[in-house]
Design a protein around this ligand. Structure first.
Ligand SMILES: Cc1cc2nc3c(=O)[nH]c(=O)nc-3n(C[C@H](O)[C@H](O)[C@H](O)COP(=O)(O)O)c2cc1C
Length: 339
């Protein structure tokens, strides 16, 4: 009764284990499968790891990676020296072959669909590796492309072009479904996502949750401690799932702040094909999926829905009586002191 399709894949239910540190071993994947999840997205491999690997094989020396990388990228708009140094070390520790072997083993031992993930911020010189990922037999690839438009010299058009070029490049190498996991920093979010959906990608994952810098006022230094989401964070995604549902040529996976069945059902009612769960896996363990499934089934029974399709998108913007509610961003009453 919970079966669904996502990116053309048959899923036993719409609850997907999102890419995170709990999806990086076969042992964890077994637990995730056992708990009932419909699919799993593997922990991301970073574009920089692929570029490091390719620079190494071209030049034969890891230390040349940074120079090669900067030459390829041209300008370091999204990269900073500490990030490069971190990635250089990380890349050394995580040879790409290990990642491919892991995917092969996972595919052999796990029967739910497996989606690999590549974290990318440029269109340069990493997409060839997607073909090697495809050759492991995994079912689809998720591209985690979260670009912060913080460069004062770049227009929104230039920033958005990167996403189109990433897709054009990867499509040269793979035939399996590809999804885009995005942030929300677009000046024309609805328009850009509609155009991106015409490129042949199979799904959007809305939204990635950004790492946010913070300030420690006692030590006067920068810090961050917001690794995990809170259950109240699902609102932002809900709005955009509802607005985009039925208007983009791609499935939508809702992500961020989905900690229980109630939040998941809301996203499905707004029009999501699937939901992705990461923080709640850390908080409640793998049985979080068992619980979500049980509660969703109970809710469906109560409302007499026999399948997900019977209620998916029922409250999307183009189906509700008051579509403007999804575009309202100000509390008029509160702001005008009426209450
Ligand atoms: C510890 C941790 C590691 C993560 N690693 C990745 C990653 O490698 N790739 C990725 O696309 N997202 C990663 N994420 C983001 C999650 O997939 C997800 O988009 C985000 O946490 C919001 O969903 P949530 O509210 O269910 O946690 C990570 C999240 C956490 C908490």
């Amino acid at each position: 009764m919970l079966t669904t399709t996502y990116m053309g894949l048959q899923l036993r239910n719409p609850f997907i284990a999102g890419s995170c540190g709990l999806t990086n071993t076969v042992e964890h994947l077994r637990e995730i499968e056992k708990s009932g999840a419909g699919a799993v997205v593997i922990k991301s491999i970073f574009e920089e790891q692929i570029q490091y690997d390719s620079a190494q094989s071209l030049k034969g020396e890891g230390s040349l990676w940074k120079d090669t990388f900067n030459k390829v990228v041209g300008e370091k708009e999204y990269f900073y020296d500490d990030a490069l140094a971190y990635m250089e070390n990380y890349a050394k520790e995580q040879p790409l072959n290990e990642y491919l072997d892991f995917l092969k083993r996972a595919k052999k031992e796990i029967s739910i669909p497996i989606i690999a993930s590549i974290h990318c911020t440029t269109q340069y010189n990493w997409q060839y590796f997607a073909k090697r990922i495809q050759d492991t037999g995994i079912d689809a690839i998720e591209l985690n492309a979260f670009l912060l438009p913080s460069n004062f010299n770049r227009t929104s058009e230039e920033n958005e072009k990167v996403y189109f070029e990433i897709i054009t490049e990867i499509k040269k190498y793979v035939t399996i479904p590809v999804s885009l996991k995005l942030g929300y920093y677009f000046s024309g979010l609805a328009n850009t996502l509609q155009k991106l959906s015409d490129t042949g990608i199979s799904a959007f994952v809305l939204f990635n949750r950004s790492f946010n810098p913070d300030i420690d006022i006692d030590n006067l230094e920068m810090t961050s401690n917001n690794t995990f989401s809170y259950p109240t964070e699902y609102f932002h995604t809900l709005r955009w799932v509802a607005i985009l549902s039925g208007r983009v040529q791609a499935d939508i996976a809702a992500s961020t702040g989905i900690h229980d069945a109630e939040a998941a059902i809301k996203q499905l009612l707004a029009g999501a094909s699937t939901v992705q769960v990461a923080s709640a896996m850390y908080k409640n363990g793998f049985p979080v999926f068992t619980e979500m499934i049980k509660e969703t089934e109970a809710w469906m029974k109560k409302h007499n829905f026999k399948s997900i399709d019977e209620f998916r998108g029922k409250l999307s913007q183009n189906k509700v009586e008051n579509p403007a509610a999804y575009e309202r961003v100000q509390f008029i009453k509160i702001f005008t002191n009426i209450i």
